[in-house]
Ligand binder design. Structure first.
Ligand code: MG
Length: 391
């Protein structure tokens, strides 16, 4: 049987796309039916940390409602957008998809409040930061292979996950890669995922915010970005739109906004990429990144006008949703649970599962407790909190 699997990723990739996966920290032979990046993507999807994202939320605590985004559905939405845009721009869609699926792996329970609380508790011990945590998850904490810790992802994927070019000081196995990442050129796929993340969460938070009632439709009408989209939907659907029930109007407007934003991202980026000379490869950009060549941040992005619209609607969300008294109250509740769990496990490390305790000698008690708590889902953290406080 001749399986023509068309694994030659180079066939439909532009010269500026990432092609080289750069091998893995532990050598593994290539597979004939999946490319290295496809295998990375599959390893992330099959990981326990990825499954736990289903019970972690960004804005609304998981127990608040079944229709709100969780970090899992958000990651899937970002990967869908990133894959579509990468395909259109002839970037490496498998790498983009992989980075999108992995981009929120390191988050704590209870959203940003959880992360900030854990960071405060880890002061003087290297702090806590979700990108660094994600690298630790995929290279140390996931326990699936007999011969190595972590998922043994490709070097190019690991570098793509080093958003701020940093790793924890206990993760010495990543130091060389981290140095390469700091000196080298960021992949275009990495920047693309970052842009898609922002586009996804801004619009989805608008939708979830309206569904939850924290954001008011009548008030949002005053915002030019929303107002303009309403006008366009009115024009497109006429009387049908005006007589739709409110939730369907909201979804129609959100879909219009997302389409418009993604189309703008594609067209703006394509226009800038076209100007790159046809022999500018990633390696050459890498070598010349200090000599005035365009950076990925300058190449992949929305038009100035659209970027400004996204910024202004983000500010609206910040003021009206993220700083809503009820949301602040939910966050405070999460912070207190994280704080209590941290102090309890620090005081009595023998309560940690035995396989977790085994890492204390190598990585230090603070880091191990931080790993354990940050890996918890909202509901598991809440259950542990209630248990330890006798509730
Ligand atoms: Mg995200």
């Amino acid at each position: 049987m001749n399986l023509n699997l068309n694994l030659q990723e180079g066939n439909d990739l532009a010269h500026y796309a990432t092609k080289d996966a750069e091998g893995r920290l532990y050598h593994e032979p290539d597979q004939i039916y999946r490319t290295p990046f496809q295998r990375d993507r599959d390893r992330i999807i099959h990981s326990r940390a990825f499954r736990r994202l289903g019970y972690k939320t960004q804005v609304f605590v998981n127990s608040e409602g079944d229709n709100y985004r969780t970090r899992l559905t958000h990651s899937l939405e970002v990967s869908q957008i990133a894959r579509s845009v990468a395909t259109t721009l002839k970037l490496n869609r498998d790498l983009a998809e992989t980075l999108a699926l992995a981009h929120d792996l390191g988050h704590t329970p209870f959203g940003h409040a959880g992360q900030e609380q854990l960071h405060a508790l880890m002061q003087g011990e290297g702090g806590f930061e979700h990108n660094r945590q994600a690298l630790r998850i995929v290279s140390v904490l996931e326990d699936r292979y007999p011969l190595w810790e972590g998922l043994n992802l490709t070097r190019a994927t690991l570098k793509g996950m080093m958003k701020h070019g940093e790793v924890y000081s206990c993760d010495r196995h990543l130091f060389d890669l981290c140095r390469e990442r700091q000196q080298g050129f960021l992949s275009l796929e990495m920047t693309l995922v970052d842009r898609c993340d922002r586009i996804a969460y801004v619009h989805h938070d608008l939708e979830d915010g309206l569904d939850s009632g924290y954001l008011k439709f009548e008030a949002l009408k005053e915002h030019p970005y929303w107002n303009e989209a309403m006008r366009a939907c009115n024009e497109e659907y006429g009387e049908v739109f005006r007589t739709l029930r409110r939730p369907l109007q909201i979804r129609t407007i959100i879909r219009h906004l997302l389409n418009q934003c993604i189309t703008d991202l594609i067209e703006t980026s394509a226009g800038r990429l076209q100007k790159l000379s046809s022999n500018t490869t990633q390696d050459e950009m890498d070598a010349g990144s200090t000599e005035g060549l365009p950076t990925p941040e300058n190449l992949i992005g929305n038009s100035t006008a659209m970027a400004e619209s996204i910024r202004s609607i983000y500010e609206y969300l910040h003021e009206n949703l993220y700083r809503h008294p009820d949301v602040i109250r939910m966050s405070r509740r999460g912070e207190r649970m994280i704080e209590l769990l941290f102090r309890e496990f620090m005081a009595r490390p023998t309560m940690l599962p035995r396989h977790v305790q085994k890492r204390i000698d190598r990585d230090g008690l603070h880091r191990v407790v931080s790993d354990y708590i940050s890996g918890m889902t909202d509901r598991y953290a809440e259950k542990q909190f209630l248990y330890l406080t006798g509730g």
